[in-house]
Each structure stands twice: as structure tokens, then as C-alpha cells.
Design a protein around this ligand. Structure first.
Ligand code: 2P0
Length: 320
């Protein structure tokens, strides 16, 4: 049985940083994201009882390192299907991998959907979400399109879904790629280090529910200025928390900082744009459609920017 799925990475405006408990990979708080239609991961899953063990090819090369994460994602699906046969997985991204462009989110969303279909358990959407979450805490968001909310209550119950479809508020995103190499510290390790050692971690977590609720309202009201202010605040607060870890994790390079200042300069001049950065040095500038060309050009001409990838909001993961 062989099934392929496509998923897009997502960029969090209200971010997930830190886990509630190791089991199930549950984030400590909710998050809100944009699904990026112009970047894609394509993943093919083949169930093959003739294999000795699971295999993973990532961008054309065998990847041992990501096999544990792959098995975490598959475990709930295998259990439900009562089928533990080995799988051969081939996954490829059309954008830099492991460099803060959420390749684990799109990768695990595509894997969960393709494997659930291959194993015949895809009719249970909650199970597919749980499999994606087991692979990566940001992956359930890539199962959905447009603007996506992942909410988690006190008891750890969580749900994920679209707040707005892509055409209901057609925001644009320009991704300034400032580095194409994979990052030195993966986000899972950096998150755990932050939780254990950053004196700012508890304050970070305390603010999440309020930020999330305000962002949800800003999205519902299509209030760009409010979403802009809140997203930059949440992003810089996350990075400040990570900078407080021992040893500190510094995701920015000099081009990241240059792009932040350029975006701020445009916003001061009245251009509807804001920035956000994840666990890597790339800068994602979110803007209204009419501003996209100007924003992309300003980022493209910044020293250290290698390329600028522009696009809009995309659909959720799907079988191809
Ligand atoms: C996010 N990031 O909300 C945040 C913001 C990076 C910065 O989710 O350990 O790859 O697989 O659950 O999802 C990156 O972490 O971590 C991430 P795991 P993940 O998008």
C-alpha cells in the first residue's frame, strides 16, 4: 500500500516553546499560525512487510537521525490499525530543511496523513492530529489551511482547526532566507534547555493564554495593526526567553537583525507589515497584499539575505 501527501509548513504568530510533558509531545501552551502555501513537503509512505525495519529518505538521502520521530508519529496509527509492518518513507521539501522554516511541522503532518491513509485509519481526524502531534508539536497546525489555532486546556485536552480559510483574509508572507544550513541546536533540545534554565520561562508561559486570546480576536476582526503588534511582541518574547537559557541559544544572525529594522522602518512609514522569526535566522514578513512587492524588495536588498520567497496562505495537508 502506497500513499502520498502534501503539507505546507506554517509560521506561528503566537508561538509554541516548551512542552507540558514528554509523553505525547504535548506543548505547554496553545499557538496560532499561518499555513504557508508557497512552501511544500511531499511525503510518500509505502507499507512493506518485506522490509526488516522502517526506512526514511529525506531530500534524497537516507536519514537515520529522524527515524525515532517518524516512529513516534506512526505509533498511534499502527496501534489503531493493528499493523506494525515496516514502512519506507520518502520525503522532500522544496525549501531549506531544518533551518527554522518549520520543515518538521509540514513533514510530520504529511507523514501522519499519508500513513493514516496507508494503514486505513484516516477517517478519524483526531487520531491523525494525535499522530502529527507525536511527531512534532507544531505539526497538527499544518494539517489545516489559512489561519490556524491550536488550543490546549488546563487538563491537556487540545484541539486544532482553521480560524479563517486562506481567502477569508488573504495575508501575504515574504520569507527572507538568511541561512540555508541546518541549525546547530534543534528546537526540541533548545526548548528543553529553555524550560530547565531560563529564568524567563515561567513568565513566558504565563502570558500565552492572554496573547492567544487577543490574537484570536484580532484575526476574527481582521485587525492587522493589532495582530502585528501582538505577533512581534510574542516573537521577541520567545527569543528573549531563549536568550535567557544557559547556555543561551542565539538564533539571529546579522541579516536577521537588519531585516527586523527594515520591517520596522516600513511599518513606521505606514506599510502594513510585521516580522516574526522562529527557531532559526529566517525572517518572515507578514503583510497585506498591496504591500508585498515593496516588502519583498526591501528584504531582498538587505545585506546577507540569500533569497526571498513570497506567497500567500495555503490549504491544509492533503492526499495527492
Ligand atoms: C512554533 N517552533 O510555534 C515554534 C516557534 C519554533 C519557534 O514549533 O519538539 O519542531 O518537534 O515539538 O514543533 C519548533 O518546534 O518541536 C516550533 P517538537 P517543533 O512554530
Amino acid at each position: 500500500m502506497q500513499v502520498s501527501a502534501v503539507a505546507h509548513p506554517n509560521v506561528a504568530l503566537i508561538k509554541y516553546w516548551g512542552k507540558r510533558k514528554a509523553a505525547g509531545n504535548l506543548p505547554a501552551a496553545g499557538s496560532l499560525s499561518l499555513t504557508l502555501g508557497h512552501l511544500s513537503t511531499r511525503t510518500e509512505v509505502r507499507i512493506d512487510g518485506g522490509l526488516e525495519q522502517d526506512t526514511l529518505s529525506l531530500n534524497g538521502s537516507a536519514s537515520e537521525r529522524d527515524l525515532p520521530r517518524l516512529r513516534d508519529c506512526l505509533a498511534p496509527l499502527r496501534e489503531r490499525a493493528g499493523n506494525a509492518s515496516p514502512v519506507a518513507v520518502e520525503s522532500a521539501n522544496d525549501f531549506p530543511t531544518g533551518a527554522g522554516l518549520a520543515s518538521s511541522a509540514s513533514g510530520m503532518a504529511a507523514l501522519a496523513l499519508a500513513a493514516a491513509n496507508a494503514l486505513g485509519v484516516a477517517e478519524d481526524g483526531e487520531l491523525v492530529g494525535r499522530a502529527a502531534m507525536a511527531g512534532s508539536g507544531s505539526a497538527p497546525r499544518s494539517l489545516f489551511g489559512g489561519i490556524v489555532l491550536l488550543s490546549i486546556d488546563e487538563s491537556g485536552e487540545w484541539r486544532c482547526g482553521s480560524l479563517l480559510a486562506p481567502d477569508e483574509w488573504p495575508l501575504k508572507v515574504a520569507v527572507a532566507v538568511t541561512e540555508t544550513a541546518a541549525k546547530a541546536v534543534d528546537s526540541r533540545a533548545a526548548m528543553e534547555l529553555t524550560r530547565r534554565t531560563s529564568p524567563f520561562y515561567s513568565a513566558w508561559l504565563e502570558g500565552q493564554d492572554a496573547d492567544l486570546e487577543e490574537a484570536r480576536r484580532a484575526v476574527e476582526q481582521r485587525d492587522f495593526d493589532r495582530l502585528a503588534e501582538l505577533s512581534e511582541h510574542n516573537c521577541l518574547k520567545m527569543h528573549a526567553t531563549v536568550l535567557g537559557a544557559r547556555p543561551a541559544v542565539v538564533y539571529f544572525n546579522s541579516a536577521t537583525v537588519e531585516c527586523i529594522h527594515r520591517v520596522r522602518g516600513m511599518a513606521r512609514a505606514g506599510v502594513p507589515v510585521f516580522f516574526t522569526m522562529d527557531a532559526g535566522p529566517q525572517v518572515k514578513a507578514v503583510c497585506l497584499p498591496d504591500a508585498l512587492d515593496e516588502v519583498a524588495e526591501a528584504l531582498r536588498s538587505a545585506p546577507g539575505v540569500r533569497q526571498v520567497l513570497t506567497g500567500g496562505l495555503g490549504a491544509g495537508a492533503r492526499i495527492t
